[in-house]
Write a protein that binds this ligand. Sequence first.
Ligand code: FAD
Length: 429
Amino acid sequence: MSRSESQTGPWDVVIIGGGPAGASAATVLARHGRRVLVLEKEKFPRYHVGESLLPFTFYPLERLGLIPRLRASAFVKKYSVQFVSPSGRASQPFYFFTRYDRETVAQTWQVWRADFDQMLLDNAREAGAEVIEGAEVRELIQEDGRIAGVRGVGPDGRSGEWRAAMTLDCSGKGAFAATRLGWRLRDPQLNKVAVWTYYRGALRDEGIDAGATTVAMIPHKGWFWYIPLQDDLVSVGVVADGRYLTRDGLRDPKAIFEREIPMNPWVAEHLAPGRQEGPHYLTSEYSFHSRHCAREGLLLAGDAFSFLDPVFSSGLMLALKSGVMAGDAIHEAMAGGDLRPERFTDYARTIREGLENMRKLVHAFYHENFSFREVIRKHPDLAGDITDCLSGDVNKDFSRLWAAIREFAPVPDELPVGLPESADATVSP
Ligand SMILES: Cc1cc2nc3c(=O)[nH]c(=O)nc-3n(C[C@H](O)[C@H](O)[C@H](O)COP(=O)(O)OP(=O)(O)OC[C@H]3O[C@@H](n4cnc5c(N)ncnc54)[C@H](O)[C@@H]3O)c2cc1C
């Protein structure tokens, strides 16, 4: 039996899932000298949706040491974002360098996730983490109310048990631990459906605009994403209320997608010269939150902690940031010889604060009376706050912005969720 399949396991930390959250936590922990094992059910490189990075993803990527590799990669450079009205009129692109440092934050990337996630996982291996691909976690080992590791099936099909002082759940929006512990809560108003696919040879702008993300609106506050990728590929998806997308009983993802294309002339025109490739994917598993981030021996990071509607592309930023923070927090807890769940309160507050700020903007975005243009027209001094939040600089006081947005649309209260299980206060300070 190999070391990784040992029944007791020499591990400090076992991580469920080798996506961006798991790989970044593993890198940080291994660099701190912790013995870390990543169990990933797929064989990489594997397909994953979610290609557009936010400017403030720069900092966790810098911490992971990946900026030089990204700069040398084939990933498309992203300098801006633009919105297109349902009539097909495009706004002036917003260039990140009008507010942020050109050499760092102001340029980010559109990434083909199979390659990006492979890069992150290789980085974890290089840092000293052990990674087993094709190993599916099936069960949390629960002993006297604490989590003592996981059981699952290894790549050879044999059952295994991997014990560790800490288990970090980075299983993505399947939310392995939150589902099994009954912690998974839906976000009541964000019941959207997404259908997406890829086009080769579709229109893209020239020069600095070639890598812009476009958000193109359709009726009923639905929207298309249009994300130019390498190899002349474009990722295109439509998100809207399920009732709208499936109206008249339509269920087939391809038929749903194609019916929406003419709803925005900009999208129709841009896709016209392209050739659709591969399947049409559909998900209705939308925005959810975990009631807690930790139990004794267990911590959650990335989508496994919370998944937010992707309209502002916040997922990878939050996954990488929470992965790095979780790695540091676990290391510090171990160094202090105290693994009580309360140790992770600051971690929870920081991640939830950022997520709640994004969530407020997402809720406003879907309200019929809301538009960024109108808010900025009335409150020009708040344009910078909107830009910061949309760029992923989410841990700051946006109370003036929420007061202004309330003039147009309701702003949801923060959900009292996310703290470690035994700390019974809410996350709000
Ligand atoms: C339609 C859509 C569009 C999106 N667009 C964007 C975007 O443009 N920009 C953006 O930033 N984000 C976007 N996202 C969100 C983004 O994809 C996620 O936030 C991101 O992938 C989260 O990273 P993660 O590491 O938490 O989870 P994942 O990337 O999902 O990784 C989890 C890993 O865990 C593994 N795993 C799961 N269960 C087990 C198990 N039981 N045992 C072992 N391994 C397991 C999986 O195989 C997977 O590799 C989008 C999401 C959706 C649904």
